[in-house]
Design a protein around this ligand. Structure first.
Ligand SMILES: [Fe+2]
Ligand SMILES: [Fe+2]
Length: 258
């Protein structure tokens, strides 16, 4: 069991868009070692692999199996490209990673709800379920992901809550990308469940050229932790965002498993 990094706070290292390729072995070791040194848990916000192949997933799983802190992840669109996201999930789960897909986990009293999410656009620019069946299917996918997030959030019983996504739930963190592709970077439909529950923070990736921080309309911080964005905006620090929350009193934390 790793030692807490701080007695008063729990620290999360968050990063997305690792895009592991077949020749990436060894490249992430330093990043993960830094994260394990600074944080109590590692949060991975999708696009963990570049093409979603079993080979890429195996390389990432081997790197992650040496990480001494809990790792929680959601998949991204790239993890679906090969058509076998279940192989990516299985490889990561085998390495001890908790892969969330409309599900939850709890780390030292902090509840985490995770879902990949989907696109569709933001605010008045959101695509509506109208017209051709293909459009309705596209919109339905975003609604399904929002529903999965909602039901995951409803299960959390912790006072502290964070959400892990791949797609952006607010337009603020995709600013910087070409406006033409905003609808493919996220959806306001993902923001709706986040407004119904008390949240501490939301993390996502996907918008590599977006903006690091924005807020939901009820003022919850949303962090875009796509690795290319972190590398570009903080070139002198390891590419993860270190986020901390005050530790919950012991009586609020779930008892350790026997
Ligand atoms: Fe990505
Ligand atoms: Fe992505």
């Amino acid at each position: 069991m790793p030692q807490p990094k701080s007695s008063s706070h729990i620290r999360f290292a968050a990063v997305g868009d690792l895009h592991v390729q077949s020749d990436s072995a060894g490249e992430l070791r330093e990043l993960f070692a830094h994260a394990a040194d600074k944080a109590d848990a590692l949060l991975l916000c999708g696009d963990l692999t570049d093409y979603g192949t079993a080979e890429e997933a195996g390389i990432l799983a081997r790197e992650l199996s040496a990480v001494s802190i809990p790792v929680v992840a959601v998949l991204g669109n790239h993890d679906f490209e090969a058509g076998t996201p279940e192989l990516v999930t299985a490889a990561l789960a085998h390495a001890g990673v908790r892969v969330l897909d409309g599900s939850i986990c709890e780390i030292e009293g902090v509840g985490i709800a995770g879902v990949k999410g989907f696109g569709g656009g933001f605010g008045r620019g959101s695509l509506g379920a109208w017209g051709e069946p293909a459009i309705k299917l596209f919109v339905q996918e975003a609604l399904n992901e929002a529903m999965k997030l909602e039901s995951a959030l409803a299960k959390l019983r912790t006072r502290r809550r964070i959400a892990l996504l791949h797609y952006a739930p607010v337009v603020g963190t995709v600013q910087g990308e070409p406006a033409e592709i905003f609808p493919f970077l996220g959806s306001s439909r993902l923001e709706e469940p986040l407004l119904r529950y008390p949240m501490d923070a939301v993390f996502h990736g996907h918008a590599h050229r977006g903006t690091f921080e924005a807020r939901t309309i009820n003022d919850v911080p949303v962090y875009n932790v796509a690795r290319p964005l972190l590398q570009r905006t903080r070139p002198d620090t390891p590419p993860f965002f270190l986020y901390e929350l005050p530790r919950a009193p012991v009586e609020e934390q779930a008892p350790a498993a026997a």
